[in-house]
Every structure is written in C-alpha cells, then in structure tokens.
Design a protein around this ligand. Sequence first.
Ligand code: DGL
Length: 265
Amino acid sequence: MNNRPIGIFDSGVGGLTVVREVMKALPNEKIVYLGDTARVPYGTKSNETIKRFSIENAEFLSRFKVKLIIVACNSASSIALPALKKRFKIPIIGVIKPGAKKAASITRNNRIGVIGTPTTVKSKAYDREIKLISRNRKIVSRACPLFVPLAEEGWLNGKITTDIVKKYLEPLKKNKIDTLVLGCTHYPLLRGVISKVVGKNVRIVDSASSVAGEVRAILERQDRLAKTKRPAHRFFATDAVEQFVKVGERFLGKKIKKAMRANHV
Ligand code: DGL
C-alpha cells in the first residue's frame, strides 16, 4: 500500500506547480499526474460540469491504484471536493484548506486577500475555510482571469504583465491586506511580479506548497510514506501531449521525459 502512487489532477498544466512542491516535500513518492488539457479552463465553467470532469479524472487515476488523490486545481477543489469524497474511498485532498490554514495563521492585521479564477472566487471556498478557523478575519477576493494565459505564455514579468497585475491588485492593496493567497495553480509563476506590486509587507501564501506540507503530514500520521528510491513518475494529458510537455516543463521546473495521452474523455 505505502509504495502505491499519489494521483494528482488538474484542468491542465497548472497543477504541475503542485507536483513540483510534492516532489520537493516527498521525494520518495511516485506520482501519476493527469492534466485535462482537452477541457481546460475549468475556472469559467459551471459547477455541474466541473464536478463531472473531476469525477472522471479521479476515476482515471484510480486505475493506477493510487493511495491518495490531490485535486491540484483550485477551481475543482472549490466545487467538487464533497462529490469526490463521497464517491472514492481513498483520501482526497484539495488545495483550498491548506492555503486557508496557512493564511489564517500568518496574518497579523486579519486582512487577507484571495485571488483565483472566477469560479474559485465566486464559490467563496477560501472565505468559508478561513472563517471556519477564525471568524474575525476580513477577506477581500478578486478574480484575475488574465493571469492564466500570461503564465502559460511565459510572460512572467515586463511592462505589460506588471500593468495587468497592478490593475487587478490595486483594490486589494487599498483594502490594506497583509497576506495574499495565490488561489490558482498558475499564479506561483507570477509570484515575483505579484510580490513587487503588493509590496514586501504583504506575505504571499502559495496553495501549492501548503498542500504538499499537508499531504506529508497525513502520510506521516498514517505511517504510509513510500520508500521508493528514484520513483518513476507518470504524466498524462487529455490533449496534444507535445504542447503539454513544452509548457508543463516551465511549471514543473524540470524536464518531462515522457507524457502520454489519456483517453478517458
Ligand atoms: N487550474 C485552474 C485553477 O487552479 C486554473 C486554470 C483553469 O481555469 O482551469 O483554478
């Protein structure tokens, strides 16, 4: 059981920022990754559609006898977690709770900013989780839909990107937030410019690294850490694999030797 892989899915390449953090935190774990590139983006789709896609993705990962599934996509985590937990017996971990926990614990003035896709922001999933931890936190959220194509295009700094980031984040700055949650798989790539725009007094919470820490804690607690030396990870995409590899390597921060087409959709 311990050496079974961890399954991770996302709407596309973005979830590789989560894979990157999981690989760092848990170097002996084997990972099976599925990017639903044929149906990306999820962040603008209806709740029903996101639930259906998420269940199909988890079913695909189950074929590999995964011991745990990480829903790397913030949009899917916001909407589909209860449906997934009901349907699958293995632990299903979303990215919202770990990011919310971290933000609630590091804020000093109790004013937290949350940025994500329109779906994630509309769902108020971060607000709910943060308020569960402490009622007196004020949350200011904003959807930043243009950040996703900017990150995929590799426009990670420069004037155009800085101007767009400023335009989205100005209202959060006015609200005097001291903590900002990057509630989308793509945003860690823009962390440099985001941090410059909000200023160094604002602490940035990256939900990708927060979830990796949470998964490590769960596996340790359950005594289910793998001992695989140099695990062979597997990468699947539901559309053009070459494009997935090309863009994905930037998100993963290392080479993807091989990716395969998943044909469940
Ligand atoms: N993976 C999505 C998220 O984290 C961003 C891309 C999309 O909209 O599908 O919300």
